[in-house]
Design a protein around this ligand. Structure first.
Ligand SMILES: *Cc1c(COP(=O)(O)O)cnc(C)c1O
Length: 365
């Protein structure tokens, strides 16, 4: 058997007609930049998340930068986040010459440990960026409460969690600002780079829309130092075709995850834990095993691709050496990064494929 990790090709075949038609419309009109699809998409995205405003942009990384610029993050400011995430979360903070301040993760959810945030707050702290890792939101009530107490802004890095819920509310709408990514392999992906920022604060929304086009408040008049961070109209057209299918895809992902967990019950494999009050969109189905690297090679031989999200926590990355962290500073993130491993995950994985994957894992244990 040969398993496909994300199976983007099969997904395209399923929605080919709508996607091709939508792209063709853009080609026929040649409205490649800020075409009407962008505004339609923003409307549908904000409706989906129930945040008042959605600002479509060039990538999840752009979304984070737009959010940080919008709240005036300046050199020397501190922003609290998790070391167990994709580099973009902390990289965007550092690009603005602000300081990423890391807090260790919760051993069960792999998200930032909200109970360890308060001790890291200083007079320079301006914001907290919890990451909804693998598709599961963090303890947002606790985090929002701390932020309120100290006058900080919470920016949810929802790059992996568009569509997830926390106490019935959608990810991207769980704090002042939410940022997501439409990178092809994310739960809702386009066919290139793409992203969006969400807020219900009108002033912030207006500012982020201006920052997206070089800080321009009218043509060739630049109110802020901004970015070239627009989403391509063609990518909006792809997303408009895919969005109506997304709820169904989330349910299918949920089924795949349940089947994995069921099959791996009563083994030494640590399967993902989702808290009762939230729903993951399963950007990844990540397990923990002691002999990770050998298991990966073993599965590869059997035609089962796996991935590691993420092999090195950010405080140990070369680019952050200047922050002065060392091995041992965040023991949970460090341990998890050595044991974690993502299994193939997409809405179209068949029961037999899941069975083959989990049988193979069991035969290795
Ligand atoms: C993918 C990802 C990003 C960046 O998104 P891009 O669209 O690739 O720029 C940021 N944060 C997290 C947690 C991600 O997974």
């Amino acid at each position: 058997m040969k398993i496909d990790f994300a199976n983007l090709q099969l997904q395209y075949q399923k929605y080919k007609k709508e996607i091709d038609e939508n792209i063709q419309k853009v080609l026929n009109r040649s409205n490649y930049i800020m075409g009407e699809e962008i505004y339609k998409l923003e409307e549908e995205l904000s409706e989906f998340c129930e945040a008042k405003y959605a600002v479509a942009c060039g990538s999840g990384t752009d979304a984070l930068l737009l959010a940080l610029l919008a709240i005036d993050i300046k050199p020397g400011d501190e922003v609290i986040t998790t070391p167990f995430t994709f580099i973009a979360t902390a990289e965007t903070i550092a690009l603005l010459r602000a300081k990423p301040v890391f807090v260790d993760i919760d051993e069960e959810t792999y998200n930032i440990d909200a109970s360890k945030i308060e001790e890291k707050i200083t007079p320079s702290t301006k914001a907290i960026i919890p990451v909804s890792l693998y598709g599961q939101p963090s303890d947002m009530d606790e985090i929002n409460e701390i932020a309120e107490k100290y006058g900080l802004t919470v920016i949810e890095d929802a790059a992996q969690s568009f569509g997830a819920t926390y106490k019935g509310k959608r990810s991207c709408n769980l704090s002042k600002i939410g940022c997501t990514s439409f990178f092809p392999a994310k739960p809702l992906g386009c066919y290139g780079d793409g992203g969006a920022v969400f807020t219900s604060d009108e002033d912030l929304a207006v500012k982020m829309k201006q920052l997206r086009v070089h800080g321009q408040d009218r043509r060739y008049h630049h109110k802020y130092i901004g970015m070239g961070a627009r989403l391509d109209t063609i990518q909006a057209a792809v997303l408009l075709a895919k969005l109506p299918h997304y709820e169904d895809e989330i349910s299918l992902r949920e089924k795949v995850a349940s089947k994995y967990s069921e099959n791996l019950k009563n083994t030494s494999v640590i399967t993902p834990k989702i808290k009762n009050d939230r729903k993951s969109v399963w950007a990844q189905y990540s397990i923990r095993v002691k002999d990770r690297d050998n298991l990966q090679s073993f599965l590869k031989e059997k035609g089962i691709p796996t991935a590691v999200h993420y092999p090195m926590p950010l405080h140990l990355q070369e680019c952050f050496e200047y922050l002065g962290y060392k091995e041992g500073d965040f023991p949970i993130a460090e341990r998890v990064s050595k044991e974690i491993m993502s299994l193939p995950m997409n809405p179209f994985l068949k029961s037999e494929e899941i069975q083959y994957i989990t049988d193979s894992i069991k035969s290795f244990l």
